[in-house]
Write a protein that binds this ligand. Structure first.
Ligand code: ADP
Length: 276
């Protein structure tokens, strides 16, 4: 069992070759010495089913993710990675233990407060992008804002800015089927970050991409954390991609087996052609 203090004690990571990703070196302006945990899991357990059919999907898992930090979760299929993300995203409740988002215990929140948290604070990125095919890139990105009451016009302005930031300014009016896989995933990331969300949860965001585009997505998430102070938890199967994170947490059978700063990865696979 790992407690929160132990997790904090793990050294900051280095990211792939040549990149200094220490939070202190790259914290967003004004955030010096004000590091706060955006996500804390305290001895979280989750079981499904009853009696002999019961499965312990998570067993006393503790994790603390600070502002500006990116944590990768690795582990074999069935080890509890998705359960951890859904609990961190308040989509499911733990059987035992506590979840805090932005310092607030989720267990004490009303349903309405949790829904607000999901609309405004937490962004989700999925392996298969989950873009709505009938909406353009800009409309997809603006959707969470509009659902939260922002006017269509203001939502579009914010969405265009967000797409621009991810190098997709020229693709705003394209429909998902007119975009490459890498571009679609970047639109999904723009949607997950829009409205200046504090916590991004990504389940195999590069799983449907080739290695260069997969790496571009991890680099993008890494840079977004460092620039905006957003915290990210990213599930990946790929050790090279995990090396973009500040820390890697390994799960097996619902338990944390190891927690480490990633080893220095090989040279990034990125080339200027990565998105083509
Ligand atoms: P991973 O994402 O690492 O593949 P999961 O979190 O999906 O692992 O699952 C962990 C364990 O919990 C698995 O044994 C899985 O079968 C079980 N599990 C997950 N969700 C449910 C559910 N809704 N009902 C029953 N068992 C579940």
């Amino acid at each position: 069992m790992l407690d929160v203090e132990m997790v904090h004690a793990v050294a900051p990571g280095r990211g792939p070759a040549g990149s200094d990703t220490s939070a202190a070196a790259t914290a967003p302006a004004g955030s010096e010495n004000t590091t706060m945990s955006l996500l804390e899991l305290r001895e979280v357990s989750r079981s499904y089913g009853e009696g002999s059919a019961s499965v312990n999907a998570l067993h006393e898992v503790s994790l603390s993710v600070d502002q500006g930090e990116m944590v990768a979760i690795m582990g074999p299929s069935g080890s509890g990675k998705s359960t951890l993300l859904t609990i961190a995203g308040t989509l499911e409740e733990p059987s035992r233990g506590q979840v805090l988002v932005g310092g607030h215990p989720v267990g004490a929140m009303s349903r309405a407060a949790k829904a607000r948290l999901r609309r405004r604070t937490v962004g989700y990125v999925f392996q298969d992008f989950n873009l709505l095919p009938g909406l353009t890139a800009a409309e997809n990105v603006a959707l969470p804002l509009e659902l939260d009451g922002t006017s269509a016009r203001k939502g579009r302005v914010v969405a265009l800015k967000s797409l621009d930031r991810l190098g997709l300014g020229g693709r705003a009016s394209h429909y998902p089927d007119q975009l490459s896989g890498g571009e679609r995933q970047r639109v999904a990331i723009a949607r997950a970050m829009v409205g200046e969300r504090k916590l991004l949860l990504a389940d195999e965001p590069s799983g449907a991409l080739d290695s260069a585009n997969g790496e571009a997505v991890m680099q993008l998430l890494h840079d977004a954390c460092k620039k905006t102070g957003m915290a990210a938890v990213v599930v990946t199967h790929d050790a090279h991609l995990a090396s973009w994170a500040d820390r890697v947490m390994f799960l097996r059978d619902g338990r944390v087996t190891d927690q480490a700063a990633p080893v220095r990865g090989p040279e990034p696979l990125l080339t200027p052609e990565a998105d083509k």
